[in-house]
Design a binder for this molecule. Structure first.
Ligand code: SF4
Ligand code: FES
Length: 371
């Protein structure tokens, strides 16, 4: 099969993070600092990505600003003519650091926010980050970089969606992605505590449309649908091994950031293989290309050209078989795994005390100051 060039590289330079968000989509087994690729290895990855045809790189983590060599990587990516984006919690994004990033040629920054006010935001993050984020937004704007923001929505903040939008407008964001939680990694483990109710969701959608009327001229708003409530799955990643790839902190190459959750596939590492071979020839990248791998009902469904049978990671998490139709699809033989879960937990009474429980935390033992 002819394989076209990928478009985007997600460079997960570290899994370390000062925040402990319960909806983190990073894997449950986080890589330690000693296993992270060195700067030289990342520089080689960027060279190989450019040769492969990649045009944009998203530096992310964990918190990419925990690595002092992030500017070095951005500089190399820009020298190669790649568009560079940094996805950050804002912790560590001081005036000085933003100046260095801008000097390295960074094109864009995406800053996350948890809630419209500090107390709730810090409880969700498990870290006093909200005020640092406000300062980071100022530094980014002051440094002349476009400010893009994102907020992950779940039952503990979705009712505040209009206030979140107002906050981001006030902080000077040009774009805000309102992403309903996708249930992978830590978010999958915590999904009972995160799933909003149907009523919360419809109220949030109304609030989003109201805010679009109010602020549509000042900010670009993007709504990422909550797929447990959808009839059909999303065309995840625009198709497996079609548009983009992810390199994990220890060098494994994945078709999407959540793919290490698929335990039936072996993912190759940039330490042993060239990126072009991994993209074009590795068994993991070829496992779900095209349509021949599909099981019924996808195999004979006309929507397969639109949604590629949905998400492979979700199919594996919910059925144990990544080849199955994504159970979000109402025609999946495993759809009950989603519909029964929604029926059981969407009416579950929200308990804000859940937010203070450590068993609910992404990397609860990670100490920012002690790193
Ligand atoms: Fe998509 Fe498969 Fe469902 Fe058809 S059966 S809508 S291809 S997931
Ligand atoms: Fe991995 Fe959808 S998140 S294929």
């Amino acid at each position: 099969m002819e394989v076209s060039a990928p478009y985007a590289l997600t460079a997960e330079v570290t899994h370390r993070c000062p925040l402990h968000c319960p909806y983190c989509s990073n894997p449950l087994e986080l890589q330690k600092r000693e296993n992270e690729l060195s700067a030289d290895e990342w520089l080689r990855v960027l060279d190989e990505a450019s040769e492969l045809g990649i045009v944009q790189v998203h530096f992310t983590g964990g918190e990419p600003l925990l690595r002092p060599d992030t500017e070095l990587l951005i500089r190399r990516a820009r020298e190669l003519g790649l568009f560079t984006n940094l996805i950050t919690s804002g912790v560590g994004a001081t005036d000085q650091r933003i100046k260095q990033l801008a000097e390295a040629g960074l094109d864009s920054i995406q800053l996350s926010v948890q809630a419209p006010e500090a107390e709730l935001a810090d409880r969700i993050a498990g870290f006093k980050a909200h005020d640092l984020k406000r300062q980071a937004a100022q530094a980014i704007r002051g440094g002349g970089l476009p400010l893009h923001m994102n907020a992950v929505l779940h039952r503990h903040n979705i009712y505040l969606v209009e206030d979140i939008i107002e906050l981001c407008v006030g902080w000077g964001a040009a774009r805000l992605e309102l992403a309903n939680t996708q249930y992978y990694g830590w978010a999958f483990m915590n999904r009972r505590n995160l799933l909003p109710s149907r009523n919360q969701l419809s109220a949030a959608e109304e609030a989003y449309h109201r805010a679009k009327e109010r602020f549509g001229k000042q900010i670009e708003l993007i709504w990422v649908i909550p797929d447990y409530y959808a009839e059909f799955p999303k065309p995840c990643m625009g198709g497996w091994g079609k548009l983009s790839l992810t390199v994990t902190p220890d060098g494994r190459v994945l078709p999407c950031t959540a793919a290490s959750g698929i335990k039936t596939l072996d993912f190759e590492s940039v330490k042993e293989r060239n990126l072009a071979w991994i993209w074009q020839d590795s068994p993991a990248f070829n496992a779900f290309r095209g349509f021949d791998w599909m099981a019924e009902p996808c195999r004979s469904c006309d929507r397969r050209f639109q949604d590629y049978g949905g998400c492979r990671c979700q199919a594996f998490l919910l059925t144990g078989d990544a080849q199955q139709t994504d159970p979000v699809c109402k025609w999946s033989p495993h759809h009950a795994t989603v519909s029964q879960f929604v029926a059981a937990y969407s009416a579950h009474t929200p308990d804000d005390n859940e937010l203070d429980s450590n068993s609910y935390r992404h990397s609860p033992n990670f100490s920012y100051r002690g790193r």
